[in-house]
Ligand binder design. Structure first.
Ligand code: ADP
Ligand code: MG
Length: 567
């Protein structure tokens, strides 16, 4: 018997491409339901959106894979990767003009992040894909379309979702282990844990895969901790970094930045085989760097910057084009406003005058002529008053020895504990520099985004669209996210674009919530209703979306050039 879809395809064969619109709808297949949600306008346009829905009866999903939220995320991630692999194996199927025969799923990188590609629900599994409906020129090619729907897709599913085996146990194992490590970190107050044997460096600047033949991480014995984790006879050993102020020092090219980057990425879990699967960082740790040229809207940067030329107000600082130091000050203040637990800073990407100001310079340039209170004079106040920790790469100045709780030296890619040595040096060579700045840290911004902050008008229409990882086109402006280093997946950027769109349309902003309350609300909605609840099509294919952290959402909102702020 012919499926309804086969009949429809027969009817439109050879017709103009627009006739494809008639196949939108839901169709029953042998082991799944196929829903064609959106049909592209022509063969070259962005591909059509389809969903495959597999009733549970066909999938023998064990209850424990579904009920535990944490495990479910890892299983969904695995299924996404399996489908992607099966698509890859099926590649040379379709032919024709434009995107004819193309089949895609949103493909994850090395990190395991909640995404809309695969969703396990209580009674089914939904897989969201995109397909290029086949054409010759601009005429419908039904034969190829039928091949795609009736051969290629069932085959892809047969080789992925219908063929899951031991791999599921592997990801469940990893999910459970990560859970236990995170619990232990919380108990002990560790910001980060890096297991012995981890591979931190990446293959290249453009590949996030592990570097071959890298020196594996080995904890210094003073910082070595043990964690007993499930499915493993021996406890996991590794280096834990405590709350407080930690310096990473060492010669150039000895692996300092590589260590910090691994810590930055540790806010997300990594897949087995990545080399960083047992590198975990407090998920509220935020990388902060200089970002000259960024726009700043009404941020109180006065803890760090005061008395700028031309009486610019630093209690409510705005600029279209920040300098290195003011941008870094704004980045710190915004991270604190969004409730960061720790800051991660690398000298390579910092403004020198934001980080240090030594005694000689203090003598030459009087305090009255220097608007900047350097980070070194605020770092202790941040720790003591705000309970915010710092992990910092600092190979160029020993001024931080006095304030550090812990000093780790990278030597030939291996860490050594040198805290005592650094403290002794600090004692024997007293620092002549004067402490700058106020007695206490100062006020954390608590701003509100005013209604119509998010101007998404584009002619008569509205527009918010992600362009790759780093850009969101919004109305007539662009939001640049090039220096948001913990934004790692273009699907996160798409999700942020959806959130901006949602906020702009819903006019949620009028209910004067502070920034951090707004972020709480967004987190809550994602937790309770899912990523798709922000999509204009929440009950269809919602688009390729992945979950950003609140800090990356905040980073985008903070870079909106049309934002209007009340403090
Ligand atoms: P630093 O910040 O101390 O100057 P980097 O972290 O930038 O040094 O590392 C310098 C180079 O060494 C990079 O190319 C990096 O990939 C490589 N590297 C870092 N760690 C290791 C390691 N454990 N094994 C092999 N190569 C490494
Ligand atoms: Mg470096």
């Amino acid at each position: 018997i012919l499926n309804k879809l086969q009949n429809l395809l027969k009817d439109i064969d050879g017709k103009g491409y627009k006739a494809y619109k008639s196949i939108q709808g839901r169709y029953s297949f042998h082991r799944f339901e196929l829903v064609i949600d959106y049909v592209q306008g022509d063969p070259f346009a962005s591909p059509s959106k389809i969903r495959v829905i597999i009733p549970d009866a066909y999938k023998r999903m064990k209850p424990e894979w579904k009920t535990d939220k944490h495990r479910r995320l890892y299983v969904e991630d695995l299924i996404t990767r399996k489908v992607e692999k099966a698509i890859e194996a099926n590649k040379d199927q379709g032919k024709g003009s434009g995107k004819s025969g193309l089949i895609m799923i949103d493909s994850p990188g090395q990190e395991i992040i909640d995404r809309t590609a695969v969703t396990i629900q209580s009674d089914n599994i939904t897989i969201c894909m995109s397909v290029g409906l086949p054409a010759n020129g601009r005429k419908i090619n039904s034969r190829e379309a039928a091949k795609m729907f009736f051969d290629a897709i069932p085959q892809i599913l047969g080789n992925s979702i219908f063929q899951l085996d031991d791999e599921i146990n592997d990801v469940i194992t990893l999910a459970d282990q990560h859970q236990v490590i995170r619990q232990k970190m919380k108990e002990k107050g560790w910001i980060t844990f890096i297991a012995d044997g981890s591979i931190l460096p990446r293959k290249s600047g453009v590949s996030d895969e592990p570097l071959a033949n890298a020196i594996r991480f080995q904890s210094p014995k003073e910082n070595r901790v043990e964690i007993s984790i499930p499915y493993r006879d021996q406890p996991l050993t590794g280096m834990a970094i405590n709350q407080g102020i930690t310096l990473i020092v060492g010669g150039g090219y000895h692996g300092k930045s590589t260590l910090l980057q691994a810590i930055e990425r540790g806010v997300y879990p990594h897949i087995k085989g990545d080399g960083r699967e047992y590198v975990l960082t407090d998920s509220d740790a935020v990388k902060v760097r200089a970002e000259d040229g960024r726009s700043v809207s009404g941020v109180n940067i006065s803890p760090f910057i005061n008395d700028l030329p031309h009486q610019q107000d630093t209690n409510l600082f705005s600029t279209e084009n920040a300098s290195g130091s003011t941008s870094q000050a704004a980045n710190v203040m915004e991270a604190l406003e969004a409730s960061a637990s720790s800051l991660l800073i690398d000298e390579d990407t910092s403004a020198t005058n934001f980080m240090i100001r030594d005694s000689r310079m203090q003598q030459l340039v009087a305090k009255e002529k220097e608007p900047i209170t350097p980070f070194i004079d605020k770092i202790l106040q941040m720790k003591q008053e705000l309970n915010v920790s710092t992990i910092m790469v600092m190979g160029g100045s020993g001024d931080y020895f006095d304030v550090a709780d812990e000093v780790i030296m990278m030597d030939q890619y291996l860490p050594q504990q040198v805290t005592d040595k650094a403290k002794r040096i600090a004692q024997q060579t007293p620092n002549a520099r004067q402490k700058d700045g106020e007695q206490s840290f100062g006020k954390i911004p608590k701003r509100c985004l005013l209604p119509n902050s998010l101007d998404i008008r584009h002619g008569k229409k509205t527009k918010v669209q992600a362009k790759g990882l780093h850009t969101i086109v919004m109305g007539r402006t662009e939001v640049s996210l090039h220096y948001i280093e913990q934004l790692i997946d273009p699907s996160q950027t798409r999700m942020i674009a959806e959130i901006i769109h949602y906020l702009a349309k819903k006019d949620t902003l009028s209910k004067t919530a502070s920034f951090s309350e707004l972020l709480d609300k967004l987190d809550y909605q994602i937790d309770q209703q899912g990523l798709h609840s922000f999509s204009p099509y929440p009950n269809q294919h919602p688009g390729e979306l992945a979950r950003p952290r609140r800090f990356e959402i905040a980073a985008a909102l903070n870079r909106v050039r049309t934002a209007k702020i009340k403090d």
